[in-house]
Design a protein around this ligand. Structure first.
Ligand code: 13P
Ligand code: SF4
Length: 305
């Protein structure tokens, strides 16, 4: 079968079976083309809450599929490829964070959405990179334990000097491996380009940015900007998507190896098999986990509106 034929079969089957397909902007373009919604972590969480499909297929990583199940427990939710996890989400667990909470009981726990469902059960609120600053600024608590990403945590901390932050050493291996020398090299090669960066990058990278924001934030900034050249400091798919969306502008990846292998694990055939009912992994969470984890996701949606 050709890519086009597989896409057409997926579109036919998902209509017949009332399936909604969600795809993060980092997954392959041929998957994004057949998705009902594409976007960053925040946009996908909101769409997950609103869809009235019976079944949702997440083309992204495990914590995203878990978020859909938590928000819509009555739906059947699949992760299109069960091996697609987020290494950052696996870095901290309930036991380690419970121990920190015991030592610092007067700190509110803010969890990046890139955490497991079970860890969310002991956190006060979730955030995504697109609204982390806004949400933490609206919290009444002054003392904030921000987990797991210390780079995003550092960025939020710098925007909110009125709060006390405690950060732990977690982070995204894909973004955190970029170092300052690569930024200086890219800027020297493209002196007229604006530098747009994701806050999962290290502070010494972020400090050179003309704009810091989530995946969608970076895309919207580049589309609206009058500038003609941009260095993109996030997953390589975003450079490619922007080239399609704005053929009159030039986009340079900060480095060619900012690739999240987990986001790239899902193939169009995985999606096809999941839609047919012969593939994917169904997300199963117990009702207590769903109820307790939902509180901090609902709080994120409430404060983020
Ligand atoms: P956003 O989609 O919120 O920009 O986060 C990027 C990311 O790394 C997703 O896992
Ligand atoms: Fe996780 Fe980083 Fe990949 Fe996002 S880009 S899924 S944070 S490893």
């Amino acid at each position: 079968m050709t890519i086009r034929e597989i896409q057409e079969e997926i579109l036919r089957l998902k209509k017949e079976k009332n399936i909604c397909i969600l795809a993060h902007s980092y997954v392959a373009k041929e998957i994004q083309e057949i998705a009902d919604f594409t976007g960053d972590s925040y946009a996908l969480s909101v769409k997950a809450k609103d869809t009235d499909a019976d079944t949702v297929i997440m083309c992204g990583v495990r914590f995203m599929a878990e978020t859909v199940k938590i928000l819509s427990p009555e739906k059947t939710v699949y992760l299109a490829n069960g091996v697609a996890g987020c290494p950052m989400a696996e870095q901290m667990d309930v036991d380690s964070i419970s121990a920190v909470k015991q030592m610092y009981p007067d700190y509110a726990v803010v969890a990046y959405i890139n955490t497991t469902a079970s860890l969310k059960t002991i956190c006060d609120v979730c955030v995504t990179s697109s609204q982390a600053v806004d949400i933490v600024s609206k919290m009444p608590e002054k003392n904030i334990l921000f987990i797991p990403d210390c780079n995003l945590g550092d960025y939020v901390k710098n925007q909110l000097p009125e709060k006390n932050f405690m950060l732990l050493s977690g982070g995204c291996p894909t973004h955190a491996k970029i170092d300052e020398r690569e930024v200086l090299k890219a800027k020297a090669a493209h002196p007229n380009a604006l530098f747009l960066v994701h806050p999962e990058c290290k502070p010494e990278v972020v400090k050179h940015a003309d704009y810091v924001g989530s995946t969608s934030g970076i895309m919207n900034f580049a589309k609206k900007s009058d500038a003609k050249e941009f260095i993109i400091g996030t997953e390589i798919s975003i450079t490619e998507l922007l080239q399609y969306d704005c053929p009159d502008k030039k986009f340079y990846p900060l480095t060619k190896d900012i690739i999240c292998s987990n986001m790239k694990a899902t193939t169009l055939v995985d999606v096809y098999n999941t839609v047919k009912g012969t593939g994917g992994e169904e997300i199963v969470l117990d009702s207590e986990t769903i109820t307790r984890a939902r509180k901090c996701i609902d709080k994120m949606i409430e404060l983020g509106e």
